[in-house]
Write a protein that binds this ligand. Structure first.
Ligand code: ATP
Ligand code: MG
Length: 128
């Protein structure tokens, strides 16, 4: 598995190569987070950024990582063309794979298409 910090380094390079400006807020150094959860978040970050590069035509991508008492929230926003009215879950495997892996750790994925695309990836701190 991959630590979030290492994945963040890699996606920074990928976005740079694609000439998409990348801003990061928050810290990838997660506190009290099981390795499995961190691996899932890393995988989600990787796929989210792959999609930004492949599909969005964005000029910027913002990533934010926030840990609260309740949850870890990873947000990936791009200012590209968006996904339109409906998310196409069956076109590829990326979004579905994210959702499935998040379910293992009681996490959720929600997607908003407005002025680009925003993915909210949440994992609760306490695994039930
Ligand atoms: P795969 O991930 O299996 O290589 P894929 O990227 O096409 O294929 P998904 O990751 O599931 O599949 O994404 C589904 C579809 O949602 C994409 O084909 C694309 O049309 C759209 N999409 C995903 N992310 C974005 C984005 N950031 N901006 C615009 N469209 C997107
Ligand atoms: Mg994909």
């Amino acid at each position: 598995g991959t630590k979030l910090e290492d994945e963040l380094f890699r996606i920074n390079q990928i976005l740079k190569a694609a000439q998409i400006e990348c801003t990061v807020t928050g810290t990838p150094k997660l506190v009290n987070t099981p390795l499995l959860v961190e691996n899932v978040l890393s995988m989600c970050l990787k796929e989210a950024v792959n999609n930004v590069v492949k599909h969005s035509s964005a000029s910027t991508c913002s990533i934010s990582i926030k840990q609260s008492a309740k949850e870890t929230l990873l947000k990936v926003y791009d200012n590209g063309q968006g996904m339109g009215e409906k998310v196409n879950w069956s076109k590829g495997h990326g979004l579905r794979g994210m959702k499935e892996r998040l379910e293992f750790v009681n996490g959720t994925l929600d997607i908003h298409s407005k002025n680009g695309t925003t993915l909210n990836i949440r994992v609760p701190n306490v695994i039930q």
